[in-house]
Write a protein that binds this ligand. Structure first.
Ligand code: OAD
Ligand code: ZN
Length: 267
């Protein structure tokens, strides 16, 4: 019987959820155990269980705001107050959030594995709060104010009432994030490509794999021979290319993975 693609995906996903989750974690733990270089690529989904909205899910940030109105240099030029309201509201939401078990296990993996790196599209700082130090932030840092005139950067320590001005030259500052149509921070994507080319295992966590160039990294790693596992409760643009798809929330999967790894090590 022919059924629409979405239904096939949904029924595979549900079946996998119920039956194979422990075996999938066991398989991934075994792959990790064999690897000497591991890369964890993350997107908004890794922070979802901390209470940070994703972009493209139901009630995601792009449902209430159009990216071209708040996340492009043209939008900032047209209406900086509007753009800043969006980013100040996101900062306000971040004040109370904490890393979840996925961030925490990922942070601990850096201590366990000799070469474990994170490349994230997230700007929320939660990986760093959970202890990740080997981290490349492809899309910048939402807590940075960057001067549009002199380039001076200042880390915001609280959420301002109004849009910030540069303390050095008095000109308007902008959020230190990467907007659509802009280049990624110098050297960061190059380092991410290098990590993707060296990694033996890549974990693709909580990203819809729709935004380039970040989305190209998983494909690149795969072409370079990595074992690539996707952790995401929903199918994505990358799912069909993954060696293993674990259709679970990151905050549920990582603790299970960590305890399976511990058992393998004990054996
Ligand atoms: P998206 O909102 O596109 O995708 C979030 C993904 O997380 C979806 O595939 C969800 O299924 C998945 N997800 C949701 N909850 C999850 C959970 N608990 N555990 C694991 N996965 C979960 O976000 P990104 O792919 O990160 O860029 O978006 C990429 C970029 O697009 C962002 O960095 C941002 C956005 O526009 C800019 O603003 C420049
Ligand atoms: Zn300045």
């Amino acid at each position: 019987m022919l059924v629409p693609m979405q239904s096939v995906k949904e029924c595979c996903y549900n079946a996998a959820m119920n039956d194979n989750f422990p075996q999938m974690c066991e398989r991934l733990a075994n792959e990790l155990r064999k690897a000497s270089r591991i890369l964890c690529l993350t997107g908004a989904g890794v922070s979802a269980e901390s209470g940070v909205p994703t972009f493209r899910d139901a009630e995601g940030l792009w449902e209430g705001a159009r990216p071209e109105e708040v996340a492009t240099p043209e939008a900032f030029e047209r209406d900086p107050d509007h753009v800043w309201r969006f980013y100040l509201a996101r900062r306000q939401n971040l004040v109370a959030v904490r890393p979840n078990p996925a961030h925490e296990v990922i942070g601990r993996f850096e201590q366990i594995f000799p070469e474990f790196d994170v490349v994230t599209q997230n700007v929320d700082g939660l990986h760093q709060q959970a202890g990740s130090e080997r981290i490349q932030c492809l899309h910048g840092d939402i807590w940075i104010d960057r001067c549009t005139e002199c380039g001076h950067e200042e880390r915001a320590t609280s959420v301002a009432e109004a849009r910030p001005m540069c303390p050095k030259c008095g000109e308007p500052s902008r959020p230190g994030v990467v907007w659509f149509g802009e280049m990624l921070p110098p050297g960061v994507f190059e380092r991410a490509v290098e990590l993707a080319s060296l990694a033996e295992v890549v974990l693709v966590v909580g990203t819809s794999s729709q935004v380039y160039p970040a989305a190209s990294l998983a494909d690149f790693a795969k072409r370079n021979g990595a074992f690539v596992a996707e952790i995401n409760p929903n199918a994505t643009a990358f799912s069909a290319s993954a060696d293993l798809v674990i259709p679970r929330e990151a905050g549920k999967m990582f603790p299970e993975l960590e305890s399976r790894l511990a058992k393998i090590v004990q054996k």
